[in-house]
Ligand binder design. Structure first.
Ligand code: ARG
Length: 597
């Protein structure tokens, strides 16, 4: 039977949470020993120097970082000589300036799997919580992402913003923050005058209700063509937009329904992507008073130059050019709306942090915008940040260029469907091929997008996206499905007994099992790292590493056919824990882990 040793009670260390990250407890325990051997080092100081070890080593400390007087060799000896193994830390070795620590395999595996179990099944929230932490407790973050323009195309840049932003919202929530997600629609500007004129010529209420996004886009294309042949169109459009800006109800009536119907359509498509917004706002929603207040404050602070009737802020000192905040005719522009909008958001939400997920193509705009906020000396300006990302090339469907989000989703689904049909036998066994292929397709697109650092440009590749081999979305789903199938294939082992009565000694004998368990234990750290670097690739890399470790264990750590029931159950517990953690990572990445395919 399994023993029930508990980790010795440990002193508190800031930014640690052993009840959610058991490796914190191990690190504290190591830090305690080292600080006791090497006064005057404190536990906290040592803790910050406990790193993951290179292959085959659990944790490593580089002694020189503490800048202690005396020879490193002797310091290391002081630690190794005083060291006494216990049920948790098995050994320390010394190699030049490094101390290497190994954890007791049996207790490590048991502690990690038990923590995963408890934080999956026994939580107050009734939601799986393994991997979460409470570092953001009591804090609020506003995250703006996606932000397409009504009546214009939804391009891959918007897709990237959507994918990355939704991930960040999940990530902040997982770290205890209250995260408010916002979609800031391009729903204002002179083009709406054009669409109004176009709607009179080509609009149809029926088409609008069927698919507002498509219909308005088509009208916009047509009326732009008209405008290039007939200058009167633009004049008429400008007049119309002026009426809209003046608040003319008659002029605003259609616009309002276009916006509403477009949002409705978008909501359905976002739902398909497992993406949701708390707030649909937009350029039209920025209150005039906030923009006026902003310009007034800039004026007061002497930051405004008037050139040819236009108001601008000189940012040349920071190599950011001259930023126009008010046009000659008094109308606002993109930048004005962003400045006013930020102030309004702060006043309404009192956020601790605000994030804009916007393409690196707009870096100059955002840099100007952030610089202006800083010059205006808002104390919260330092809490506003940009998460940018590179370009995607080559995202077109077989029919041509992508202009709508639903084209991307449909193409991904159909590419995947064809791929699945290639394996006739397997395909026949799938109950709901449409659903599965859509989910796989979406996973493929998202993983390709999140696999590398955000700022990298990449070329979209349908062949790579649909492949079940290599580090692809379908491979990840497959890894999850395979884990999920263990229970279905071994019903005689279910239900698993409670953790305290599962004997993990057989797992400790397998290097594969040990590696998997330790990786699972590191997941809460991976989440914290992602929160620091805002890189979805941190989580993607972890998910693949875990999948690979699992796939190399299949042959030696077998469940089906293992006659020793105790052994089979311990292994099944390991795989089930791995499934929980893989699923948690996938959900964080906005994916829906599949049970079957
Ligand atoms: N609608 C803009 C575009 O498609 C993106 C908006 C980004 N957000 C912002 N606050 N400027 O280019």
């Amino acid at each position: 039977m399994a023993s029930t040793t508990k980790l010795p009670s440990l002193p508190p260390v800031s930014d640690t949470e052993p009840s959610r990250c058991i490796l914190d407890a191990y690190r504290i325990s190591i830090a305690k020993r080292v600080s006791e051997a090497l006064p005057p080092l404190t536990i906290e100081q040592v803790y910050n120097g406990v790193d993951y070890g290179k292959k085959g080593v659990d944790f490593t400390i580089a002694l020189p970082r503490f800048r202690l007087p005396g020879k490193v060799d002797e310091l290391a000896k002081q630690v190794t000589e005083q060291f006494q193994a216990d049920d948790f830390i098995a050994s320390v070795t010394h190699d030049k300036a490094f101390l290497h620590f190994q954890l007791n395999t049996t207790t490590m595996i048991r502690e990690i799997l038990t923590q995963i179990h408890n934080l999956t099944h026994n939580t107050e929230s009734k939601q799986p919580e393994y991997g979460t932490n409470s570092s953001g407790k009591g804090k609020k973050v506003l995250i703006e992402y996606s932000s397409p323009n009504i009546a214009k195309d939804f391009h891959v840049g918007h897709l990237r913003s959507t994918i990355i932003g939704a991930f960040l919202a999940n990530l902040y929530k997982a770290c205890g923050w209250e995260a408010v997600s916002m979609n800031y629609l391009g729903d204002w500007g002179t083009q709406f005058g054009l669409i109004a004129v176009g709607f009179e010529r080509y609009g149809s209420q029926e088409e609008l209700e069927k698919d507002a996004i498509k219909h308005l886009f088509n009208i916009y294309v047509q009326i732009n063509k008209d405008a290039s042949e007939d200058p009167d169109v633009k004049v008429e459009a400008a007049k119309f937009f002026k009426r809209m800006e003046g608040g003319d109800e008659e002029a605003l009536k259609n616009w309002r329904s276009w916006r509403e119907l477009s949002v409705k359509k978008y909501e359905a498509e976002y739902a398909r992507l497992n993406v949701k917004f708390d707030i649909y706002t937009g350029e039209s929603q920025v209150g005039q008073e906030w923009m006026d207040k902003a310009t007034a404050r800039l004026d007061e602070m002497g930051l405004i130059d008037v050139v040819d009737g236009a108001k601008l802020v000189n940012l040349e000192k920071w190599k950011l050019g001259k930023a126009v905040v008010r046009k000659k005719d008094g109308t606002s522009i993109y930048l004005t709306r962003d400045i006013g909008g930020a102030i309004e958001r702060y006043e309404k939400h009192k956020f601790d942090k605000m994030i804009y997920v916007i393409s690196a193509q707009q870096d100059l705009h955002v840099a100007q915008f952030l610089k202006v906020l800083e010059l205006m000396k808002f104390p919260w300006a330092k809490d506003v940040s940009l998460i940018n990302y590179g370009l995607v090339q080559g995202m077109s469907t077989r029919k041509g260029t992508v202009v709508f989000l639903d084209q991307i989703i449909r193409e991904a689904a159909s590419v995947m469907h064809e791929q699945m049909q290639k394996n006739e036998e397997k395909y026949k066994a799938v109950e709901n091929p449409e659903e599965v292929s859509t989910e796989l397709g979406i996973t493929g697109v998202k993983i390709q997008d999140m696999a590398a650092k955000r700022i990298n440009n990449y070329t979209f590749n349908w062949d790579r996206m649909k492949s079940f081999e290599g580090d692809t979305g379908p491979y990840l789903q497959y890894a999850h499905v395979r884990l999920a199938s263990i229970g279905r294939k071994n019903p005689h082992l279910l239900p698993l007994p409670p953790p305290s009565s599962i004997d993990v000694t057989c797992l400790a004998e397998s290097a594969h099992a040990r590696e998997i368990a330790f990786l699972l234990g590191s997941y809460p750290d991976v989440v914290k790292t992602a929160l620091k670097n805002h890189e979805p690739s941190t989580i993607v890399t972890f998910a693949f590493k875990l999948s690979h470790a699992i796939s190399s264990a299949w042959e030696t750590v077998v469940v089906k056919g293992e006659e020793d029931i105790e052994k089979a159950r311990a292994r099944m517990w390991l795989y089930e824990s791995a499934r929980e953690v893989l699923a948690a990572a996938m959900r964080l990445l906005t994916l829906r882990p599949l049970e079957r395919m």
